[in-house]
Write a protein of this length. Structure first.
Lengths: 358, 367
């Protein structure tokens, strides 16, 4: 293999495939929560059913009603995670927490949920009961009630066991302005705990890792933590749960919504050693892995210590850290300062890394 | 040649102080501009991820090599894979990166969306397991990769043979590093003065193939790893040789690589595969640069088992992947980079793969 090889005849020929845009059929990446999802929402949904509420680009909408003192927050979320039971959680707990959290991210107090079930013929009743018990437990923890529901059954092979849609309703106390569009230069950025636990826990439960670990999902209702935080610090600007697409995608969305840049310190990003190891073996970046019990808080610099103290008192916030700052220049950019003194740009997750994690 | 030390634990290879010391040494030793090529796409990504390119002297050019197996897999092979994956009663298995690489018409994701059974596996042995569990299906594994994946691909074939599986085959697409180095160094357009050899390939193959290459082209080669300290040490050793006008093959990745390499793995490769001429996407045919199945194992060759007939490949003329893969141009030189061509909408394979140079530039914000 060491004899002289003839160089290829043409060293210049530009060769690349015809672009393939994935506009004809839905592919799995459209559900990644990253750029492809964002494009699908913009090009296919907002262009047809867009309005001022959807244009705000948050996970929940803020509604005004004549004669009502305050505003209503409303959100909906479908849950298709596979497998339905995984270390630290299941589709039932996820379907309650996911929607409770989406509502709470507007600074609302979640009050009620609806739940719609799509069940596949042959799904064990025992599993269904486990899922419902888990939902009940999560409702108690979050202090909310499921007040309306729907059940449909489809033929074997037309769904995967169980899918759950939940919608959530909450009340936003008067004048509270919290959302992805309100980050301001001079703000500080907090994450309430370690990154990527949910994504790796689900992947591991699928038996695809080829190794074992003790990573459990972080799925949790964050509304009490948020209530305590907002009671003490009313002028929080942004709350966001970095679910599909991870911290990187969420911060990129916020930077675009608020027209600011966000600078992160790589060394401050909290990642559990097992998760980091799994990421290294599998080639994932924890910044793009899903979380289901983590909170991004963006608030004025002067409140940072107070906020961290409150968040750390919650069982879901003990590893909270300040991870970055908000700036006015380079709007729409998220930048990461490495330990070596270099900088890199964080963009949205561009494809799918793990399908059906929520 | 000494480098800046060998820490005991992995975290040491990311230690900012050690990396900065080695970087300082590079700045001190460089008196002339040099162009080095890192062969492996994993190295390109690590350089971008840690922003090492921003910290090296401006007069040091890092040229990104063809070491991304997804990027260099030929269009003919991808089209063949798409054709096989569309056949009824076939379960087509592949590493995840390959699913988004565009063929002439669509990619494996589109095949899956239109009903084809395409599954992501993390190891070719998983594909063998799928074959065992689905005796009424033909299970095909897309055996891409450099010498690094070849032992596992060979092992899958041997395992399938041992289990007597009649429904397992591989689409052999492995490519080899040394012939590509010959092609690059032998090109009239070559401007590479030193190589960072791909550490993981060398962990399997050793580096006994490299001294004749270094000798023939008078080009120093340093076996280099993937952590920040590995990379700066590899660069430091290479430029030290260049500055001292010395040509040799050195190993800056001693914790993983020996001169002889993993001989058991090499023996397994040799048992199952033989070198064959292979087309590299964007580069062209390179003699004896791929692994094909030997006569004894031809039974497991998906290309023989499935007659895809004549496939007409069609490449567009927009992007410059070929020149990027040969190190003649940078991803950011491409008019489509970051505009028409993005990871979620790739024009070329280097924008798709987690090892692709264009994806590295895009993801880590290199303009």
């Amino acid at each position: 293999m060491t004899e002289k090889q003839t160089p290829p005849t043409s060293m210049q020929g530009p060769t690349c495939p015809i672009p393939h845009h994935h506009t004809e059929t839905v592919v799995i990446g459209h559900g990644s929560g990253g750029q492809m999802t964002s494009d699908l929402i913009k090009n296919n949904f907002q262009s047809r059913i867009g309005n001022a509420y959807l244009a705000e680009g948050n996970d929940a909408a803020r509604l005004d009603f004549d004669g009502f003192n305050g505003q209503i927050a409303i959100s909906t979320d479908s849950h298709v995670v596979s497998p339905i039971f995984y270390p630290g959680g299941d589709i039932g707990r996820l379907s309650v927490c996911g929607t409770v959290n989406d509502v709470a991210m507007l600074g609302a107090e979640p009050k009620y949920l609806t739940a719609g079930f799509i069940l596949e013929e042959g799904f064990p009743i025992e599993s269904l009961n486990r899922v419902i018990d888990s939902m009940a437990q999560a409702c108690i923890e979050a202090g909310i009630q499921i007040v309306a529901g729907d059940t449909k059954v489809v033929e074997k092979g037309k769904a995967d066991g169980i899918f759950i849609n939940t919608a959530g309703f909450g009340v936003i106390p008067n004048n509270r302005q919290i959302g992805g569009q309100f980050a301001q230069p001079g703000d500080a950025v907090i994450i309430s705990g370690t990154l990527g636990d949910h994504g790796i826990a689900v992947l591991q439960a699928r038996g695809e890792l080829g190794f074992e670990s003790e990573i459990t999902s972080d799925v949790a209702p964050l509304n009490h933590m948020i209530a305590d935080l907002l009671d003490a610090i009313p002028n929080v600007h942004v709350l966001r749960d970095p679910t599909r697409g991870g911290l990187g995608t969420s911060l990129k969305e916020i930077a675009c919504q608020s027209e600011v840049s966000i600078r992160l310190e790589e060394e401050s990003l909290p990642v559990k050693p097992d998760v980091r190891t799994a990421c290294e073996l599998l080639g994932f970046d924890p910044i793009y892995l899903a979380n289901e019990g983590k909170l991004i808080v963006i608030l004025p610099e002067e409140n940072i210590e107070k906020a961290l103290n409150i968040i750390k008192k919650s069982p879901y916030g003990v590893n909270a850290m300040r991870i970055g700052s908000v700036f006015g220049e380079d709007p729409g950019m998220v930048l990461l300062n490495t330990a070596f003194g270099s900088t890199r740009i964080i963009d949205m997750l561009s494809g799918e890394i793990l399908p059906r994690i929520c | 040649m000494s480098n800046m030390g060998t820490p005991k634990f992995l975290s040491g290879y990311r230690n900012a102080d050690l990396v900065k010391t080695a970087l300082g040494e590079i700045h001190k030793r460089m008196t002339k501009p040099w162009s080095l090529m890192e062969i492996c796409g994993g190295q390109t990504h690590a350089i971008m991820q840690y922003g090492l390119d921003q910290l090296l002297p401006d007069s040091l050019e890092l040229v990104h090599g063809p070491g991304c197996p997804v990027c260099v897999t030929s269009l003919e092979l991808i089209d063949q894979a798409l054709w096989i994956a569309k056949q009824p009663d076939v379960i087509f298995t592949s590493f995840g990166d390959m699913l988004r690489v565009p063929g002439s018409d669509g990619d494996l994701f589109s095949v899956r969306a239109s009903g084809g059974q395409v599954r992501v596996v993390y190891s070719p042995l998983d594909a063998v397991e799928i074959a065992r569990n689905n005796p009424d299906k033909q299970v095909v594994f897309f055996a891409i990769g450099f010498e690094t994946t070849a032992p596992a691909n060979a092992m899958a074939v041997l395992q399938a043979e041992k289990m007597g599986l009649k429904n397992f085959s591989i689409l052999a697409a492995n490519v080899l590093v040394p012939p590509a180095m010959h092609a690059i160094l032998g090109s009239p357009d070559n401007r590479i003065q030193g190589f960072l050899a791909a550490g993981h390939v060398c962990a399997v193959m050793g580096y006994w193939e490299y001294p004749p290459i270094a000798e023939q082209y008078q080009t120093p080669i340093v076996v280099t790893g993937f952590e920040p300290l590995d990379l700066v040490n590899g660069i430091l050793q290479t430029i030290s040789m260049l500055e001292e006008d010395c040509v040799a093959v050195e190993n800056a990745y001693t914790r993983a690589v020996t001169y002889q390499g993993n001989q058991a793995a090499q023996a397994m490769i040799k048992k199952v595969f033989e070198p064959v001429d292979r087309n590299w996407r964007g580069i062209g045919s390179i003699p004896k640069s791929g692994f094909g199945l030997r006569e004894n194992y031809r039974y497991f060759d998906a290309a023989d088992r499935f007659d895809s007939g004549d496939i007409k490949t069609e490449e567009s003329e927009i992007c410059i992947a070929g020149q990027v893969l040969q190190g003649l141009k940078k991803p950011s030189d491409c008019p489509a980079f970051g505009t028409l061509c993005k990871p979620q909408n790739p024009l070329g394979a280097p924008m798709v793969s987690s090892e692709g140079a264009c994806a590295a530039y895009y993801r880590y914000g290199k303009k």
